[in-house]
Design a protein around this ligand. Sequence first.
Ligand code: SF4
Length: 378
Amino acid sequence: MSDWAIAAAAERSVYVHIPFCHRQCPYCDFAVVDMSTDTSPVDRYVAAVEAEIGMAAPWGELHAVNLGGGTPSILAASQVERVVAALRRRFGLAAGAEVSIEANPEDVTLEYAEALVAAGVNRISLGVQSFDGAVLRYLGRAHTPDQAAAAVRNARAAGMRTVNLDLILGSPGESLDSWLNTVRTALLLGTEHLSAYALTVERGTSLSRSVTAGAAAPDPDDQADKYEALEEAAELEHYEVSNWAAPGHQCRYNLTTWSQGEYEAIGLGAHGHRNGARTRNYRRLDVYLDHVEAGRRPVQGSEAAGPWERERERVFLGLRVRAGVEAGSAGCALLDSAPGRRFLAAGVIELAGSTLVVTRPLLTDAVAREVLTLPEPT
Ligand code: SF4
């Protein structure tokens, strides 16, 4: 395995899903509990999360914790503290462990950020998306560019070790200048980590219905131009297809998942990977709560992949990391296949020693899709 993968695969992580959002964003197809239409008690959910953590199999000290969603910053800081404390009790946290939370900018006051740090959180991932007010309105976000900048400053002043900004590129109506201004503003604010994803139209979303009714759709060529502009402008290391970081600020939790490492899943609909098996929790809130409150783990299913599936998955995931992935048998099978030979001839992939690298990150998904269809060598 590559050095990064050896280190990350050995780490123990936990993902905690917080499904609540103030309201569903028009482009989002995540299974969220929309608080504008469902006033489900958040505190009852937090108690269930604490109970579920208590039921998890013992493991050893954690290297990374990720509170994702949904909108975890819907939780009061005292509720976040309860979740982190339950993880400490059950597993312990290794020295220097990454404890990360996703947050909406409008939630991150200085007081809130300080309380998160006091609870043990040291990394915050802010759903900034853009520093252009018109783009934010198009995306249905509740915050303004000024609120996003204030959230970054508050997180930094509170002592967060790493501040990540999530950005969305290529919304219809976003000019290249607007996008570059978003990137430059993020860098001027001193962020140590950027994640950037192209806007996609997911089936069943309100954005999809608008596009079907004739609204402009995102343009893949425009998105490719903006991705390349980001690559040029970002003063951070481009370490994964959609992620840039200053030295020492790569996301440990994500590196674990890309290296096929193991992580415990806690919360509604959460997916985990323990003891070689992929697990998934129930996705319906009432079913999830019924299970946990009856003292049962809310796991709906668990599948252990065979050796070839695991090998394909290892390369599929590892190709996302710019340092590349040990080719192994799935990488060699790709290089022997007709699509693999075409990618190699076009310079889209290359073999550096025994490491397989995608040289054109925008084509990573196309390469990875081929890996998943490779038949087992005979
Ligand atoms: S805040 Fe995030 S998770 Fe919630 S609806 Fe919007 S995009 Fe989806």
